[in-house]
Design a protein around this ligand. Structure first.
Ligand SMILES: [Zn+2]
Length: 193
């Protein structure tokens, strides 16, 4: 761990212990005695996307074949944490683009998603950030992201709607065109899960 990570760990651990105390929990209970440290470790891992320098290095390649159709990966699983309630939301993302001069290693689409998911998030922003990253790093003809997610803050409390899916989408460039968008949705063919 770096000094900064160490400092973060100590702060989270200390304050989480205070939360356990505020809940009147018996910290001599073996199951709780070290929970504050486990949570601190978990938070550092789950929020890795906040670490400076952890941005995905996206290598792009010249589009020598002049490929100009859709490239996309569907059903990319992800886990993130709701910024409003600090409980997980999770689901699948479908991310694609239509190349112009450069193309991208396919696995990078999942890396981009993972990077932005590993921080306290809202689904709308996660969707936009994935598309923005593609749009600026690749300068494609178009980019699209559709995210479907379960929010535990909705399923476990409040409106209590287990099984409900929240769907968000973000588009850039030629995906503004209805026909292009429809082609993407056809290829997607309503993911089953
Ligand atoms: Zn929430």
């Amino acid at each position: 761990m770096t000094d900064i990570q160490n400092e973060k760990f100590n702060k989270i651990s200390f304050h989480f212990r205070e939360i356990l105390i505020a809940l009147n929990l018996d910290l001599t209970d073996k199951n709780l005695a070290d929970t504050h440290n486990r949570v601190a470790k978990l938070f550092l891992e789950m929020f890795q996307g906040l670490e400076e320098g952890s941005e995905p290095l996206v290598t792009t390649f010249p589009n020598v074949e002049k490929y100009s159709s859709m490239v996309f990966v569907k059903d990319i699983p992800f886990y993130s944490m709701c910024a409003h309630h600090f409980v997980p939301f999770y689901g699948k993302a479908h991310i694609g683009y239509i190349p112009k001069d450069r193309i991208l290693g396919i696995s990078k689409l999942a890396r981009i998603l993972e990077f932005y998911a590993k921080r306290p998030q809202v689904q709308e922003r996660l969707t936009e950030q994935c598309v923005d990253y593609l749009w600026t790093s690749l300068q494609p003809l178009g980019a699209i992201a559709v995210i479907e997610a379960h929010h535990l803050c909705m399923e476990m409390r409040g409106v209590k709607k287990p099984g409900s899916l929240t769907v968000t989408s973000a588009i850039r460039g030629c995906f503004e065109d209805k026909a292009v968008r429809e082609e993407f949705l056809d290829l997607l063919d309503r993911p089953s899960w």
